[in-house]
Design a protein around this ligand. Structure first.
Ligand code: SF4
Ligand code: SF4
Length: 376
């Protein structure tokens, strides 16, 4: 496993971190023995960065790590968790949540700690309850070593919030698809300009960039017959100079071994390989059942529906035909409020869409199709 020295933090991190939101499951619970084998194998092969959060696996991920990581010396690995900002409703909540997380993770401190999944609205909660001051205080007390936040909104919001406080790192969704399709490039450049290390989540976009339309995948396998489709996405992200760490949520030993292989003596993407990636992006663009460009003119929906988010998940599903990924992205990572089923058909968004998409109708159709995926 390659490592990278992060000058701003003064430490060396593995290039690949273990995202702890997609462990194998059995009977709706983490498959303890299999997941433990994965953690042990990862650790023994140089992955000593573990990224969990309050809500991963319905709260089970933190408890699981609290049990399995005790096999190792605490200072030999990095443990990261995140404050569920959406659960902070009154003064004192952040303290209670933080203490609960320490207890569940069986640790006295977190190496890295983030305000989880920030966007315009949740930033209002951060400011209202002074959550930046809260995590800074924990850092002063030695209960956190490095503070940051993960982010899901546009560049204007990021620029303002990133510059408003002093951050050790920021976690963004970066991959070759979002780079061009969802302006991840601007987000990345904002961190570069502010000299803040970028930690990357979803480098394979929830599995989409690991398996998609066969004719597009063929371009990759023709070029590198012995390399996985996911390895292209991981190497692409690793080629960005301000990327300090890349997270991947690995569910099987096969994925874990393949990723370790990718991050051992990793080579940056060449110009020739970039041309192949550009062709794949073009192929995938042509599969576009909902012509949503992600411009967000329709937002915000008064009822909280994440219109471009729903359309993005649906389009990814159609490009990949990956049902598990679609179910996970729609039902696990998207609250009910943000799903298509919450559309109240007020029609407010309709006239704002430059693509003239019949938004309520499409949301209804997609929601039905997603529900059907749940029935065996
Ligand atoms: S029609 Fe549906 S999605 Fe559009 S603004 Fe109204 S509730 Fe939101
Ligand atoms: S306005 Fe239309 S194209 Fe733009 S994000 Fe909304 S649905 Fe997509």
């Amino acid at each position: 496993m390659d490592r990278k020295f992060i000058e701003k933090l003064g430490l060396s991190l593995p290039r690949l971190g273990y995202g702890c939101m997609r462990f194998p499951v059995k009977d709706d619970k983490i498959d303890f023995e299999y997941a433990r084998k994965l953690i042990n194998y990862a650790y023994e092969n140089g992955i000593n960065y573990f990224d969990t959060a309050y809500n991963y696996h319905g709260g089970e991920s933190e408890t699981f790590l609290g049990k399995v990581l005790t096999e190792y010396k605490r200072e030999s690995y990095f443990l990261t968790s995140k404050l569920p900002v959406w659960k902070v409703k009154e003064e004192g909540d952040a303290e209670k949540l933080f203490n609960e997380q320490l207890r569940k993770c069986n640790t006295k401190y977190f190496d890295f700690y983030l305000l989880h999944s920030l966007h315009k609205e949740s930033i209002e909660t951060v400011e209202k309850f002074n959550l930046y001051d809260f995590i800074l205080k924990k850092k002063m007390e030695g209960k956190i070593k490095y503070i940051g936040f993960s982010f899901h909104d546009n560049n204007e919001v990021l620029q303002k919030f990133a510059a408003a406080h002093k951050w050790d790192f920021i976690q963004l969704q970066i991959n070759y698809w979002d780079w061009v399709e969802n302006d991840a490039k601007s987000l990345y450049e904002t961190l570069e300009n502010l000299n803040i290390p970028c930690f990357v989540m979803e480098p394979v976009r929830g599995g989409f960039l690991a398996s998609f339309a066969p004719h597009a995948m063929k371009r990759f396998t023709d070029f590198h017959p012995d390399k996985s489709i996911a390895s292209w996405a991981l190497r692409w992200v690793a080629s960005l100079p301000n990327v300090a760490l890349i997270l991947s949520g690995m569910s099987t030993m096969e994925q874990l071994k393949d990723n370790i292989d990718t991050f051992t003596d990793i080579e940056p993407i060449t110009d020739e390989e970039q041309k192949v990636i550009d062709e794949v992006i073009e192929d995938l663009r042509e599969i576009n059942p909902i012509p949503c460009t992600g411009c967000r003119y329709c937002m915000d929906c008064e009822y909280g529906v994440d219109i471009p988010g729903v359309f993005g998940i649906y389009n990814d599903y159609k490009r990949s035909e990956n049902k598990d990924m679609a179910k996970r992205n729609y039902f696990t990572f998207m609250s009910e409020k943000r799903q298509g089923g919450n559309c109240q058909k007020c029609l407010e968004c309709m006239q704002k869409c430059p693509q003239h998409i019949d938004i309520p109708l499409e949301l209804e159709k997609i929601h039905k199709e997603m529900l059907a995926l749940k029935t065996p």
